[in-house]
Write a protein that binds this ligand. Structure first.
Ligand SMILES: Cc1cc2nc3c(=O)[nH]c(=O)nc-3n(C[C@H](O)[C@H](O)[C@H](O)COP(=O)(O)O)c2cc1C
Ligand SMILES: Nc1ncnc2c1ncn2[C@@H]1O[C@H](COP(=O)(O)OP(=O)(O)O)[C@@H](O)[C@H]1O
Ligand SMILES: [Mg+2]
Length: 155
């Protein structure tokens, strides 16, 4: 994947509301336009990297790109779970992500429990890999130093 690290930002939109309610793992969904602009060689699958909301702190994240075969979505989505506890939802805010590595392809599962444990495994694996010096340095990338004026939406 020649395009990694891949940096992008976009407004957080509503998905199907399954992430937190059914899985206990909220995912901040990007608009269709951001998903459509992904380079062709960023294939569907599960990736890890860094993320920040607005001009906030940079945290570890996992991101799922694709059709969520377990739910048989008809639209491709890109959803980021940030390894941080937020006080409130952040719909409408700008999410900044740096995708730094690939974990696995998307899969179907025979139960919700197995989907959840696969995602929890991804989170643990991502946390470990992001501690490698080559990945840690991307946390400090200028991409995340966004002046407040630049990320305001039309103000
Ligand atoms: C790290 C990670 C791995 C995921 N892996 C899969 C997968 O293998 N198969 C799948 O169908 N969905 C997978 N998902 C997507 C979940 O099904 C999805 O986040 C959930 O349906 C929430 O959707 P929503 O944001 O529309 O509510 C993954 C999500 C994350 C964050
Ligand atoms: N750690 C987190 N990672 C991602 N989103 C979070 C987190 N904590 C709170 N949220 C909020 O939860 C929302 C996602 O929840 P989810 O159940 O996946 O709903 P949706 O289907 O609308 O995406 C995000 O848009 C964000 O506002
Ligand atoms: Mg979501």
């Amino acid at each position: 994947m020649r395009h990694l690290p891949y940096f992008c930002r976009g407004q957080v939109v509503r998905g199907f509301g399954r992430g937190s309610k059914q899985l206990g793992i909220p995912t901040a969904n990007f608009p269709e336009q951001v998903v459509d602009n992904l380079p062709a060689d960023v294939s569907t699958g599960i990736y890890y990297g860094w993320a920040s909301v607005g001009s906030g702190d940079v945290h570890k994240m996992v991101v799922s790109i694709g059709w969520n075969p377990y739910y048989k979505n008809t639209k491709k989505s890109m959803e980021t779970h940030i390894m941080h506890t937020f006080e409130e939802d952040f719909y409408g805010e700008i999410l900044n992500v740096a995708i730094v590595g690939y974990l696995r392809p998307e899969k179907n599962f025979d139960s919700l429990e197995s989907l959840i444990s696969a995602i929890q495994g991804d989170i643990e694996e991502a946390k470990k890999r992001l501690d490698l010096p080559e990945h840690l340095k991307l946390k400090e990338d200028n991409f995340f130093r966004v002046p407040k004026s630049k990320i305001m939406n039309g103000h």
